[in-house]
Design a protein around this ligand. Sequence first.
Ligand SMILES: C[S@@+](CC[C@H](N)C(=O)[O-])C[C@H]1O[C@@H](n2cnc3c(N)ncnc32)[C@H](O)[C@@H]1O
Length: 296
Amino acid sequence: MNGDAAPRVDQSDARLGDRLGARLGDRDFRRLAELIEGYCGIRTPPIKRVLVEGRLRKRLRVLGFANYKEYCDYLFHQDGLTEEITSLIDVITTNKTEFFREPKHYEVLMGMVLAELMQAGIGTRRPLRLWSAGCSTGAEAYTLAMLLSDAHMLKPDFDFHILGTDICTDVLRIAQRAVYAEEMIGPVPMSMRKRYLLRSRDSEQQEVRIIPAVRAKVSFRHLNFMEQTYNIGERQDVVFCRNVIIYFDRPVRQAVLERICQHITVGGYLFVGHSEHLGDLTLPIRQAAPTVYIRV
Ligand SMILES: C[S@@+](CC[C@H](N)C(=O)[O-])C[C@H]1O[C@@H](n2cnc3c(N)ncnc32)[C@H](O)[C@@H]1O
């Protein structure tokens, strides 16, 4: 977690916290932080304690625990971990995302990167393969799908497939459903909205859905970057892994990106977030543009 997203603490959560009059004890915070980092790589240093408390309140309320101690006793005893880890990770992950986030990357992709890959017959001799690694609710994957659908419109023999993966089961459900609040589609160009988004028939709903033809180009699945092997099939030509590794410390960043690189074709591309620098890591890549790397 970082300043990337506002803590998910609403007024009722805050009131519940007041009523409980409880804080997360030192020992419980430490063992939770250890559990979370070991399971998914996300660091929760002491400065994030209030944020962690805020996010856990939701679980306390759902499970009916009176305070954090009761929750931690449940989590760390008997079957607690097995039963609770998925929900714990769902509330702990920061899932902020946007359509056309960091738009310069999409210019690089649709310009230099696509031209180079297509020169090698990728996209025509076989479908171009892209991976939104840490896809959250799917905005990144569907942004790619809309742009590449435009490319297909111009060149009908061009084909592609996009894989989206995430550890958080809540966001994967949203991604699969592909329904978004209208306020989220602000960055989508008007022409694309007309081509690729369906407005809800119920005008009260203020929601849009990605059209079936674009949804069909994207698949989503659960993947934890801490796993030793990523079972995602063939190597990818383009990987977007943006605003994910900022939550990890250096050894985890090194290990995760090494594994991701093994899943990129030689000559394929890796995009990381604009605030993510890979200079301190040893990886089989060289820089092709700011925060864009080519697999060597
Ligand atoms: C801030 S979002 C970024 C979403 C998107 N890539 C973007 O830039 O808009 C980070 C995502 O990484 C996921 N994530 C964090 N740790 C992970 C892990 N160990 N394995 C897989 N996904 C993880 C989170 O669940 C979250 O949805």
